[in-house]
Write a protein that binds this ligand. Sequence first.
Ligand SMILES: [Zn+2]
Ligand SMILES: [Zn+2]
Length: 118
Amino acid sequence: MSGTDTAGLCEAVTLLPPGLRSALLEAHPDVDRQRVADELVCALEAHPRGEHFAVLYDDFAAPALGALWTRWAEGEPPATYWLRPDCTRSSPHREACGHFAAHTGLHTWEAATAPRRP
Ligand SMILES: [Zn+2]
Ligand SMILES: [Zn+2]
């Protein structure tokens, strides 16, 4: 481990299991299967423990209900997904946050511009 701080995103990666993908397509026939993420990247601010969260699908037609998210523990495949409303906060520059409502950690636009802190 290096002594660098934890500013930035987690970016843990996993793959969408085929079984979960087909369950999703069955439950949401309106989903564009080309746009379902197969490579999942944790979208949260870097976190030393806890589950990872990634967007599976964020292309619902307006008015959007939110996005499909999944979560997984380190070393385990994602086993479930759920529809979460989008975080409604946006930056002073009107950049929308890319997380789900009531997420932990920084908003995406804060994480992208966060000053490094000890
Ligand atoms: Zn993570
Ligand atoms: Zn947010």
